[in-house]
Design a protein around this ligand. Structure first.
Ligand code: NAI
Ligand code: MG
Length: 495
C-alpha cells in the first residue's frame, strides 16, 4: 500500500498513491509532488499530483458506495463501532502518526502528539452521537394526522482541508460525516497529505466498506475545484482561506450542494484591568503563538485596557523573548518553522508593512537566518504596539506569529474595536467582573467567545464556526452532525 523510496535523502520518506474505492491506485496524470520539510528541506514524502480524472474516480467510488447502502443504511451500532475503532487505532499509532505530522507541518512533536490525541477524541464523540440520531413526532396539527421528522445522510461529501492542523480539521468533518452515513472524497493540502492517507488507511482497516473514504491529491484549483463543482457531490466541507471559500461557494451553486466553510479570522483578545494579569499574559501568548501563529482562531489582535497596558506588555514581551524557535524534533523547541515559502514571504511582508504603517515593533522582526535556520523557514515571534485598528496588520489575516496591540478605555470602546473587522471566528475576554464578561461575550460578533481562556478545550462538545466572513455552518457538537444530515418531514393522514 505504501512504497518505500530509496536514496540518501530521507530513507523513511514514503510515496503515497491515491486511495480510491478501498485500493491504493496510481494517479491518472503520472505526476507526483515532493513534500519537503519546512524545518530542514529534507524529503518527507511524495504524493500523486493528480487531475480532474482522479477527482472523478474518487467521486464515483464514493457515489457507488453511498448508493449501495452498505454504509448509508448500515445499523447505527455498526457505524459507531467503526468510529470507536478509528479512535482506538489513532491512539495505538499515536507516535508514528505524530512524527509524520510533525515532519509535514513543522510543529513540535509534543504538539503533534496532542493533535493526534484530540483527533481520536472526535471519533469517540461522534461514535456516541451516531447511536442517538433521532427525529421528532409532531402530533397536534390535526386530529387525524401524525407528523414525523427523520434524519437521513446528505450523501457524498467533498472534504477540502488545509495544512495547519491536517489530522484534526479533517476529523471534524469525517467523524460526523461517517456517523451520519455519508461517504467522502477528501482532498487534503499537498503540504500535509501523508497523514490524511494514513487516516484513510486506518478508517478502512477499522471496517468502513470500500468507497466510504477516498483520498485524492493534486492541485487545489483542479482536484478541489472538481469536488466543489461536481453534480455527483451533495455537500462540500471546507477549511481554508476566505478567498477560496468564496470560490467554493460559487462552484457549489451549480447543483446547489450544501456547504460548510470554516475560514479566516482576526480574532480580538481583550484584557481588562481587573483580570488576573499573569493568566491573561499566558493565555495571550498561547493565543497568538500556538502552531507558529498558523491558526484560524489565533488571537492576533490584542486589546489591553489602558491602565494595565505597560505592565501587561512588559510581561508579554519578556515571555515572548523566551520562545525557542527551532527544529520541531528538538525537544527544547517551542516554535517550529512556517509551512512553506509563500507563508514565509507573507509573514515577512506584513512585518515590513507594520513598520511602514507606523506601528512600533517591541520584539521580533521577520526571518531567522544563520546556521541551522538557513535550512528551513523560520520567523521570529513579533509584537507590534501602537497599532490602529484601521491598519492592514490589524485587518488582514497574517497567519504567522505576529501580534497587533491596541488599547481601550472601557467596554464600549473595546466592543467597537473588537467588532470592527470582516471576520468573526473567535474572541477572548479576560476579566473578573461578571457583568463585563457577559457584556463582552454577548456583544462580540464571533462564533466562539472564551472568558479567561484562549484556545480552550470545549471541543469536540461545543459547536465551532464563524460569524461574518469567517464562515458558514458549524462543526463539532450536535450542530456538526446536523450539517451532514437532511431532515425529512413525513405526514401520515389517518384513514
Ligand atoms: P487555501 O485556502 O488556498 O487552501 C486550503 C485548501 O483549499 C487546500 O487543500 C487547497 O489545495 C484547496 N484549494 C485551493 N484552491 C482551491 C480551489 N480553487 N477550489 C477548491 N479547493 C482549493 O489556503 P493556503 O493557500 O494554503 O493559505 C493561504 C492563506 O489562507 C493563509 O495564509 C491563511 O491566511 C489562510 N488559511 C486559513 C486556514 C484556516 O484554518 N482557516 C487554514 C489555511 C490557510
Ligand atoms: Mg492558496
Amino acid at each position: 500500500m505504501v512504497i518505500e523510496t530509496k536514496g540518501a535523502d530521507a530513507p523513511s520518506a514514503r510515496a503515497f498513491q491515491q486511495f480510491i474505492g478501498g485500493q491504493w491506485v496510481a494517479g491518472a496524470t503520472g505526476e507526483t509532488y515532493e513534500r519537503r520539510s519546512p524545518a530542514t528541506g529534507d524529503l518527507v514524502e511524495t504524493i500523486p499530483w493528480g487531475g480532474v480524472e482522479d477527482a472523478r474516480r474518487g467521486i464515483d467510488a464514493a457515489r457507488a458506495a453511498f448508493d449501495a447502502g452498505t454504509w448509508s443504511k448500515a445499523p447505527a451500532a455498526q457505524r459507531a463501532q467503526v468510529l470507536r475503532t478509528v479512535a482506538a487505532k489513532l491512539r495505538e499509532q499515536l507516535l508514528p502518526l505524530a512524527q509524520l505530522l510533525s515532519k509535514e507541518v513543522g510543529k513540535p512533536t509534543n504538539m503533534a502528539i496532542a493533535e493526534v490525541a484530540m483527533a481520536a477524541d472526535v471519533y469517540d464523540y461522534y461514535a456516541g452521537l451516531a447511536l442517538d440520531i433521532r427525529g421528532d413526532a409532531i402530533t397536534n396539527y390535526a386530529p387525524d394526522a401524525v407528523g414525523l421528522t427523520v434524519h437521513e445522510p446528505v450523501g457524498v461529501v467533498g472534504v477540502i482541508t488545509p495544512w495547519n492542523f491536517p489530522l484534526l480539521l479533517i476529523s471534524w468533518k469525517l467523524a460526523p460525516a461517517l456517523a451520519a452515513g455519508c461517504t467522502v472524497v477528501a482532498k487534503p493540502s499537498e503540504f500535509t497529505a501523508g497523514t490524511t492517507f494514513e487516516l484513510a488507511r486506518i478508517i478502512a482497516e477499522a471496517g468502513a466498506p470500500a468507497g466510504v473514504i477516498n483520498v485524492v491529491t493534486g492541485p487545489g484549483n483542479v482536484v478541489g475545484a472538481e469536488l466543489a463543482a461536481s453534480a455527483k457531490v451533495d455537500k462540500v466541507a471546507f477549511t481554508g482561506s476566505t478567498a477560496i471559500g468564496k470560490t467554493i461557494m460559487q462552484a457549489a451553486s451549480g447543483n446547489l450542494k450544501k456547504i460548510s466553510l470554516e475560514l479566516g479570522g482576526k480574532s480580538p483578545n481583550v484584557v481588562f484591568a481587573d483580570a488576573n494579569i499573569d493568566q491573561a499574559v499566558g493565555g495571550s501568548f498561547f493565543g497568538i503563538y500556538l502552531n507558529t501563529g498558523q491558526v484560524c482562531q489565533a488571537g492576533s489582535r490584542l486589546l489591553v485596557q489602558e491602565s494595565v497596558k505597560d505592565e501587561f506588555m512588559a510581561k508579554l514581551t519578556a515571555f515572548t523573548k523566551t520562545v525557542k524557535v527551532g527544529n520541531p524534533e528538538d525537544p527544547s523547541t517551542t516554535m517550529g518553522p512556517v509551512i512553506n515559502e509563500a507563508q514565509l514571504e507573507k509573514v515577512v511582508r506584513y512585518v515590513h508593512l507594520g513598520e511602514e504603517e507606523g506601528a512600533q515593533m517591541l520584539c521580533g522582526g521577520g526571518r531567522l537566518t544563520g546556521d541551522a535556520y538557513d535550512r528551513g523557514l523560520y520567523v521570529q515571534p513579533t509584537i507590534f504596539d501602537h497599532v490602529q485598528n484601521s491598519m492592514q496588520i490589524a485587518q488582514e489575516e497574517i497567519f504567522g506569529p505576529v501580534l497587533s496591540v491596541m488599547t481601550f478605555k472601557d467596554a464600549d470602546e473595546a466592543l467597537r474595536i473588537a467588532n470592527d473587522t470582516v471576520y468573526g471566528l473567535a474572541a477572548a475576554v479576560w476579566t473578573k467582573n461578571i457583568d463585563t464578561a457577559f457584556k463582552m461575550a454577548k456583544g462580540i460578533q464571533a462564533g466562539t467567545v472564551w472568558v479567561n481562556a484562549y484556545h480552550s478545550a470545549g471541543l469536540p462538545y461545543m459547536p465551532y464556526g464563524g460569524y461574518k466572513q469567517s464562515g458558514i455552518g458549524r462543526e463539532l457538537g450536535h450542530e456538526g452532525l446536523e450539517e451532514y444530515m437532511e431532515t425529512k418531514a413525513i405526514q401520515l393522514k389517518l384513514a
